[in-house]
Design a protein around this ligand. Structure first.
Ligand code: GLC
Ligand code: CA
Length: 563
């Protein structure tokens, strides 16, 4: 039978993007004391763990995903004392803390890099990848993830250094044993400060093919690059080491951010028997609207059928041999309601349906800040764009001319990361109640007067209260954490229907992924006619009958026990 569940298998995680969560001191930037002040709000919502996006010292070339000191706090976010206070109170309220461990690369301002770039004999030279140029040019045609070459030239030694992200984020050389040793120290330091688990940034990028092979200039260059850089098998060895040194002895989980991971690779990472990491944050379902050659900036319409097929594949694919982390948006993705649901007439209804999905699938659910009140995408003009990825992609597009300026802006507004990084909308007050400064660090979505926490908490039938109920439902019943997943009506174009089964306990989840009514032939469904309705997003849930109709974005969870 099932082993006793670990806390992180039952947890409902809430992701905080500190910069945009809450500003406690009126400088326009969210901070640790701001999170501290909102802990009661999070407790009330019912989440049991917080993933904090990076709060380490950083020059913010990529909003903290470029660390310059792993043992210190970002200036704008506060002090170590502030962190200690936050950690103490979160734990007192029963919430675990998950740290974002950015260990594929450091900032160019990290002392390791500063030392490394000085000379070819620097003791830190091999912390990074330095290569001589070829014929006065880059060592290879390797491309970074955001747009442009992966090599940056340094006069000091006349060599190039390798970076998969911005040119202020240089990739660490994990084959140098000093690097994993440093990371073990960092992990232990933060566990000592109360950190209960880790989210590993770029987890399946750690292993490098140090021949840095050519990608060529063809239309398939992105796909080719991705094949070369993701899932290098060396990463398994690094995680076995971290596991042996930290994760197992300290009994802390690690969730790996794994874009482009296959089911088999994901199972290798997260199979408990292999002692690597605990869960996989995979990307397949957030790439279903990519272009045919892996282009992120494509205008491919969302197809509900692809979403359910992908999620279902990962549910069954990791059953008994790995662990999914569940998410529909985060700080790198557009807002889920704008992307997969309807941010107009059905904003709350579609938000409730997706909340039901997130909280009834198998895996550890991650709710991104603001999803619980149904925050939406926004439209930026070129000069309002803040995100480094978008800026680099725009530059790259200018060089290649692949898209017109208008098409590129449309694409960035559709898929760009700025959408989810606007300040949290707390109230209808000035600056959405996020800051008392004249201006927040980043544009606030103009819909904050209608969409904000105060409004959503004050109204009983709101999305916020639906999230609360759905979280409570999940927490009350191990069926949702541990039960197996079985999809029904897999060919239905708009209804996502599945069962969760744990011993004699069963739940049936019916979700209409579209804004159109749809019909379901229930002849093929197991009998749930007299089952209890645990939650539904309409006043009265549709009755399960031979032929039933689901209203726009309807969601129903039914539960029964078979004897
Ligand atoms: C991850 C982060 C993203 C960041 C990148 C580089 O994908 O989630 O925000 O830009 O890694 O660190
Ligand atoms: Ca502040």
């Amino acid at each position: 039978m099932e082993k006793a569940a670990k806390w992180w298998q039952k947890a409902v995680v809430y992701q905080v993007y500190p910069r945009s969560f809450y500003d406690s001191n009126g400088d326009g930037i969210g901070d640790l004391n701001g999170i501290y002040e909102k802990l009661d709000y999070l407790k009330d919502l019912g989440v049991t763990a917080l993933w904090l996006s990076p709060y380490n010292k950083s020059p913010n070339a990529d909003n903290g995903y470029d660390v310059s000191d792993y043992y210190d706090i970002m200036d704008e976010f506060g002090t170590m004392e502030d962190f200690d206070r936050l950690s103490e109170k979160a734990h007192r309220l029963g919430m675990k803390l998950i740290m974002d461990l950015v260990i594929n690369h450091t900032s160019d301002e990290h002392p390791w890099f500063v030392e490394s770039k000085k000379s070819k004999d620097s003791p830190k030279r091999d912390y990074y990848f330095w290569r001589a140029g070829k014929d006065g040019k880059e060592p290879s045609d390797a491309r970074n993830m955001f747009g442009g070459s992966a090599w940056k030239y340094y006069d000091e030694t006349g060599e190039y250094c390798y970076h998969l992200f911005t040119e202020k984020q240089f990739d660490l050389n994990w084959d140098n044993p000093a690097v994993p040793e440093e990371v073990v120290k960092i992990c232990k330091f933060w566990i000592g400060k109360g950190i209960d688990g880790f989210r590993i940034d770029c987890a399946n990028l750690l292993g490098k093919d140090t021949s840095f092979p050519s990608v060529g200039g063809g239309p398939d260059a992105i796909l080719k690059r991705d094949k070369q850089i993701f899932n290098n098998p060396k990463a398994h060895g690094y995680y076995r080491y971290l596991n042996e040194q930290v994760f197992t002895p300290c009994d802390v989980p690690a969730f790996g951010e794994c874009s482009q991971v296959t089911l088999d690779e994901a199972a290798m990472f997260s199979d408990p028997a292999r002692n690597e990491i605990s869960g996989i944050i995979q990307f397949e379902h957030v790439k279903i609207d990519d272009g045919p050659n892996g282009e992120k900036w494509a205008d491919v319409p969302f197809q509900p059928k692809k979403l359910k097929a992908s999620l279902s594949k990962w549910q069954t694919g990791l059953e008994g041999r790995g662990w999914n982390c569940l998410y529909l948006d985060n700080h790198d993705q557009p807002r889920l309601i704008s992307r997969f649901g309807d941010d107009g007439k059905y904003r709350e209804l579609s938000g409730k349906m997706f909340a039901t999905m997130l909280l009834t699938l198998k895996g550890t659910p991650f709710i991104y800040q603001g999803s619980e009140i149904g925050m939406t995408n926004l439209n930026l003009s070129y000069d309002e764009i803040d995100d480094c990825e978008a800026k680099m992609a725009i530059e790259e597009n200018k060089r290649t001319g692949a898209l017109s300026d208008e098409a590129m802006l449309r694409a960035v507004n559709k898929r760009g990361r700025d959408n989810s990084r606007t300040p949290m909308q707390w109230s209808a007050d000035k600056n959405a109640g996020f800051t008392t400064a004249d201006k927040a660090w980043f544009k606030i979505n103009s819909n904050y007067k209608e969409i904000n926490v105060q409004e959503s908490m004050a109204r009983k039938d709101s999305l916020f209260h639906y999230y609360r109920r759905a979280i409570a439902m999940r927490m009350q019943d191990e069926l949702f954490a541990l039960g197996s997943f079985r999809e029904l009506l897999a060919d239905h174009p708009s209804a996502f229907v599945y069962e969760r089964i744990l011993g004699s306990e069963k739940a049936l989840i019916l979700l209409n992924l579209t804004g159109e009514e749809c019909e379901i032939e229930c002849g093929e469904l197991p009998v749930y006619a007299d089952a209890e309705v645990l939650i539904s997003n309409y006043d009265a849930a549709a009755k399960v009958s031979e032929k039933m109709r689901l209203r726009p974005y309807e969601a129903i969870v039914l539960k029964k026990a078979d004897n």
